[in-house]
Design a protein around this ligand. Sequence first.
Ligand code: NAD
Length: 342
Amino acid sequence: MRILVTGAAGFMGSHLVDYLIKQEKHEIFAVDDLSGGYTDNVNPKAYFTMLDLRNRKKTEKYVSEVKPELLYYLAADASEGRSQFTPISSTERNYLAYMYTFIPCIKYGLKKVVVTSSMSVYGAQKPPFSERLAKKPEDIYGIVKAAMEDATEILSKVHNFNYTIVRPHNVYGPKQNLADPYRNVIAIFINCILNNKHFYIYGDGNQKRAFTYIDDFTPYFVQTGFKDSCNGEIINIGPKEEYTINELAEVVLDVFFPTGNIPKHLKPRYLPMRPQEVKEAYCTNDKAVNLLGYKTTVPFREGIKKMIAWAKSVGPKKFKYLEYGVELATKDLPKTWSDKLI
Ligand SMILES: NC(=O)c1ccc[n+]([C@@H]2O[C@H](COP(=O)([O-])OP(=O)(O)OC[C@H]3O[C@@H](n4cnc5c(N)ncnc54)[C@H](O)[C@@H]3O)[C@@H](O)[C@H]2O)c1
């Protein structure tokens, strides 16, 4: 099969490409504009093209040449917390770039699309979120992910292709961008410590989240593209267990300082909650268990240990803020970003 992976130089996209290449069954086409990913992440056996999918003409031309049968769509500006301050970027890099890729794909013979959506579409409803819940996003990122889902469902009724929508939780592990100050809480905590700085926790740290080590995500994610039983389905992928951000902080610090002697200057500090951040976001996974045989194999602490070992091997990174700042630098912009605190 001719498979196109977008966001292939990013964290989850590059793991997906590695997994597909290992299968030695398919031709893998990989695109990314390197706004958040790295060429080093991309498996050399994939046909990689640097392409900004917001460029409609170039994207149409590229798709007309590749003619993918299966599309895994991961390219994104995935900064959920920042999306209230960069709503245009969120719309362009998520919804619009998707349309610019997806529509030509349909035109040139697409058989199936796997859309990487997000838990953010559930918003502030009572967790654990089941796929049966209606979408009620609380933030711009959630709105555009919900729109991507809806557009996919509607177009599939009119045009002849299959789809699966995947809603991951917080996924973490090697190859995650350590330099992004806007997202990936685990990567931020770890990179701060590697830089010999304390990290910040928004709110009281009692927000609850579920976390998935990348090796417990990719194999199931791959399957969704091939299994007929996944056609037309929305699937949460990840473990059920939830942790507070304070618990996460404790585990990270404990792995770095197993004797319990945390240097005073590395103790976490607290800042106000970010606007529109939901208190609790974790989900059911019965559907993933039934359809994909989902099983957690890397427990939380083990995953954090592996991630820290990898981060130590690549060394500390300087946090990279948006070159031209955010679109709405108002008083509610978290201090971490306005004052470049990390
Ligand atoms: N990591 C998570 O915890 C998580 C959770 C839920 C959903 N998701 C979704 O999964 C997908 C992958 O996330 P990730 O964590 O690997 O993020 P990532 O930032 O590592 O990967 C996204 C990639 O998309 C690329 N990209 C952005 N705009 C582009 C454009 N206009 N044209 C081409 N490429 C572009 C970036 O350069 C980056 O490499 C995203 O769609 C994200 O919304 C991630």
